[in-house]
Design a protein around this ligand. Structure first.
Ligand code: SAM
Length: 197
């Protein structure tokens, strides 16, 4: 993993955060109750917006990201613990969490199918599993453009697949989709689901 990406992540994200991502993050997590798991928490950009959770456990494999997230974890409104782990092998017993949060992460996880199976395992039945992700566009020209850009994009952005069909992966994994909101010409989706065992 290149070291510049985690170091510049917050700076690169700032224009997007200002133009609406902060609001999306806030709406997504502010009223989640109970024990919440966040997958690939990066620099902790969601951390300030948890208000109701009893506890948040955030997993993240990249040490620089973890280090940068610790101040946000310390200043959060709820207790947040950041653990070094990968989503494909979650170090928790079955049914440990009331809700799971994924933001801008399924595009990067090397094995999203395995990660979704792990999320299904550690989340309670009917627990909320929430996603804010970018996806491959249905538009034939733009979708192909995303395919074409992905090999270079992946190298530049630490494994991020511009063209991943994340909504389909979520449906195939058996989560019950309850709501989809589309942003920025359908490239970013908020997908609310319930975990089905
Ligand atoms: C684009 S960043 C998103 C960070 C954060 N979720 C956000 O919303 O700003 C993708 C994150 O996924 C993490 N990641 C990469 N592989 C992963 C894996 N196998 N399991 C969990 N997280 C992973 C990266 O280290 C990085 O922090």
């Amino acid at each position: 993993m290149s070291k510049w990406f985690p170091r510049l992540y917050d700076t690169m994200m700032e224009p997007l955060e200002k133009r609406g991502f902060r609001e999306i993050r806030k709406k997504l997590v502010h009223n989640l109750p109970g024990n919440v798991l966040e997958i690939g928490s990066g620099t902790g950009l969601n951390f300030p917006y948890y208000k109701e959770a009893q506890k948040v456990i955030a997993i993240e494999p990249e040490p620089i990201m973890i280090e940068r997230s610790l101040t946000r974890a310390k200043n959060a409104h709820v207790p947040i613990e950041v653990i070094s782990a990968k989503s494909e092998q979650l170090p928790f017993p079955d049914n440990s969490f009331d809700a799971v949060v994924n933001t801008l992460v399924l595009c990067t996880i090397p094995d999203p199918v395995k990660a979704l199976a792990e999320i299904n395992r550690v989340c309670k039945s009917d627990g909320k599993v929430l996603f804010f992700e970018h996806v491959r566009l249905d538009d034939p020209i733009l979708g192909r453009l995303q395919d074409w850009l992905t090999p270079v994009w992946k190298r530049l952005c630490d494994g991020c697949h511009l063209n991943r069909n994340t909504l389909e992966l979520i449906k195939q994994a058996g989560f019950k989709v309850t709501r989809i909101q589309r942003y920025y010409k359908d490239i970013f989706l908020v997908i609310e689901t319930l975990n089905q065992k």
